[in-house]
Design a protein around this ligand. Structure first.
Ligand code: CTP
Ligand code: MG
Length: 173
C-alpha cells in the first residue's frame, strides 16, 4: 500500500493520458462532489463531453468553480489529462490565488494499455495519435512538475501502484 500524503486543503491535479484511469482513481479515492472533471464541464457548456471545441469555455468554468471551492476551504480534485504545462499552470494559478497548495498525482500507465482500454470504451472515439501526443507531452514535463509550483508530486507507475494507493490527509495548521 502506498500512502499519498496531501494537504487536507489542496488543489489536487490528476495528471495522466486518456485511459490512464484518472476518473476511476477519483471515484475510488475522493467524494464525487470534490471532483471537477473536464468532461463534466464540457457536457455542461456544450451538451457533449467529447466536444473539444468547448474546452476553453469548459476550463474557464472549471477554474471558476475550483476557485469558489478553495475560497470555501474545500479540497478540490481536477480530473483532466493535465499533460500540458499551460493546463497545469492554470490550476497552479487558481490554487495560488486562494493560498492553497497545489498537488499533483500522476498516473503513469503505458500508452499501449491506455489504448487498449480506450478502444473498449463506447464513449471515446479518438485517433491513436491523440494518445501518442499526450504521452509525449507527459514525458516531456513529468520531471518539471515541482518547478511549475506543485508542492507535492506523487507519481504512480503502473496499474498495481495506482490500485494500492490511498490518500493520507496532512493537517498543516
Ligand atoms: N480501467 C480499467 N482498469 C483500471 C482502471 C480503469 O480497466 N485499473 C478502465 C475503466 O473502466 C475505463 C477505462 O479503463 O473503461 C479508462 O479509465 P478512466 O478512469 O475512465 O480513465 P481516464 O484517465 O479518466 O480517461 P479519460 O482521460 O479519457 O477521461
Ligand atoms: Mg476520465
Amino acid at each position: 500500500m502506498t500512502e499519498l500524503a496531501i494537504p487536507a486543503l489542496s488543489l489536487v491535479a490528476l495528471v495522466g493520458i486518456s485511459g490512464s484511469g484518472k476518473s476511476t482513481f477519483a471515484r475510488k479515492n475522493f467524494a464525487a462532489t470534490q471532483v471537477l472533471s473536464s468532461d463534466a464541464f464540457r457536457a455542461m457548456v456544450a451538451d457533449d463531453e467529447n466536444d473539444q471545441s468547448a474546452s476553453t469555455a469548459a476550463f474557464e468554468s472549471l477554474h471558476f468553480v475550483a476557485g469558489k471551492r478553495l475560497a470555501a476551504g474545500r479540497l478540490t480534485v481536477v480530473d483532466a489529462t493535465n499533460v500540458q504545462e499551460h493546463a497545469r499552470a492554470g490550476l497552479v494559478a487558481v490554487a495560488r490565488a486562494h493560498d492553497v497548495l497545489p498537488t499533483a498525482i500522476v498516473l503513469d500507465v503505458p500508452e499501449e494499455e491506455c489504448w487498449a482500454r480506450t478502444q473498449a470504451r463506447p464513449d471515446r472515439h479518438f485517433d491513436r495519435r491523440v494518445l501518442t501526443r499526450q504521452s509525449r507531452d507527459l514525458r516531456r514535463t513529468i520531471k518539471s512538475l515541482a518547478r511549475e509550483g506543485f508542492r507535492k508530486v506523487h507519481v504512480l507507475r503502473g496499474v498495481d501502484e495506482i490500485e494500492s494507493a490511498t490518500i493520507a490527509y496532512e493537517r498543516l495548521f
